[in-house]
Design a protein around this ligand. Sequence first.
Ligand code: GLV
Ligand code: MN
Length: 195
Amino acid sequence: ADPDPLQDFCVADLKAPASVNGFPCKPEAEVTSDDFFFDGLSKEGNTTNIFGWSVTAANVLAFPGLNSLGISMNRVDFAAGGLNPPHSHPRATETGVVIEGKLLVGFVTTSNVFHSKVLTAGQMFVVPRGLVHFQLNVGEGKALLFTAFNSHLPGSAVLPTTLFASSPSIPDDVLTKAFRVGNDVIDNIKSKFSS
Ligand code: GLV
Ligand code: MN
C-alpha cells in the first residue's frame, strides 16, 4: 500500500525529523551491508502479560533498511491460550504463516461477515487492509506466527486498548451508548487496563 520507491533503497535516517512521508535516506556513502539484515525476529517475545502474547515488529523503526520499500514483518509469540487481540492495520494488508502450534485466525469484513479458520504449521492467511482481525492460540502449548505487510509501517489500532485505555480516556457516555451497557461495565473494563 505504500508508494513505489524512486531509487533502489533509502535506508532510513531515524534521527532526521520525520517531516516527509517516510524517513529521509541516510547518505549512500554511509550505507553498509548491515543495513539490509535484521536479527530482531530471532528471539521469542515475552508473553507474560494480560493477553499472553507478544508482537515483535520488524518495521522501518526497527529495521531502517525497509524504509520506502513498502514491506515489513512481525513475529507473534503466543503462550498457551494467548490472544493477539482484535486490531486493524490502517496502512497495510497482512499475510501470515503459522510456524508452530494451532491458531484460530479470523477477521470481519466491512459488511460484518466473520471469516475464520484454525491453522497449523505451514498454513497461511490473509487479512485485507484495515479490517479488524485476531489470532487465538487454541493448541495445547505455545504458538508462533510470522506475518508480513505491504507497508514499511503498517500501524496497529488495537480495539480493546483504543477504546478502553486511550490517554486521555474516551468519556464513559460514549462507551455506554456504543456498547449499550451501564457505567459500571465500562468502568470495570477500563480498570482491567490500568496498572
Ligand atoms: C498479526 O495480526 C500481526 O499484526 O502481526
Ligand atoms: Mn495484524
